[in-house]
Design a protein around this ligand. Structure first.
Ligand code: SF4
Length: 206
């Protein structure tokens, strides 16, 4: 039982709506891990970058809190969650029949057992090839016109391993009006792609 008390660096845990991708609108319990070294200039969560801050929370406490929340989906996000070995966390949570979702840049080796993996690849640190066959949805953030080429490159990569993967373009929050027409043009020509908006931000919740 020792592993059950392993401490995991956590920035925060909270109940909210999943705002993005296929499960948008579903109430979910979020575990935001602490630590990221990717450095996206438009990052929503720069407070999660620092490796040494955050709270140390035991798996037993996290599990108690998840059970209280009464939701089905547990979403592990970051930071970059895969900086940490997530095997024990997912083993314990999945024993309790929750659906486990991971949100990752794919820049570190995959650990843990997941029901759903959202890959949000970053140009400055492209994903490891090994993540593609496990990816349920690919979510590419669109900041400027160069990101469409990046999206197509990622589609080509993922199609070699995984033809069922869902594909989403998500405008960076400050650019959603500016890039709207270009995104519509792209999706019209590439109908496998859909729009994802950060629904939680319209509600001003986490
Ligand atoms: Fe922020 Fe995610 Fe980029 Fe890390 S990978 S800098 S947490 S957007």
């Amino acid at each position: 039982f020792i592993y059950f008390y392993q401490m995991i660096p956590i920035k925060e845990t909270f109940l909210s709506f999943q705002g993005e991708g296929y499960f948008a609108g579903q109430a979910s319990y979020f575990i935001r891990t602490q630590g990221c070294d990717i450095g996206c200039h438009w990052c929503d969560e720069p407070a999660s970058w620092e490796f040494k801050s955050g709270i140390n929370q035991s798996l037993s406490n996290i599990l108690k809190d998840i059970k209280k929340s009464n939701v089905k989906n547990v979403i592990v996000t970051g930071g970059e969650p895969l900086i940490h070995d997530l095997s024990n966390l997912t083993n314990e949570i999945s024993k309790n029949n929750f659906s486990l979702h991971l949100e990752t840049s794919g820049s570190y080796a995959l650990t843990g057992n997941w029901n759903w993996i959202t890959l949000s690849p970053k140009k400055i640190r492209p994903p490891l090839k090994s993540i593609y066959s496990h990816t349920s949805e690919l979510k590419v953030v669109i900041y400027n016109n160069k990101d469409f080429e990046w999206a197509l490159e990622q589609e080509r990569n993922i199609s070699k391993f995984n033809n069922d993967c869902l594909l989403y373009l998500q405008p960076e929050w400050s650019r959603k009006e500016i890039m709207q027409q270009q995104i519509l043009d792209f999706i019209s020509k590439n109908p496998r792609w859909k729009l994802s908006l950060q629904m939680h931000k319209y509600l001003n919740v986490k």
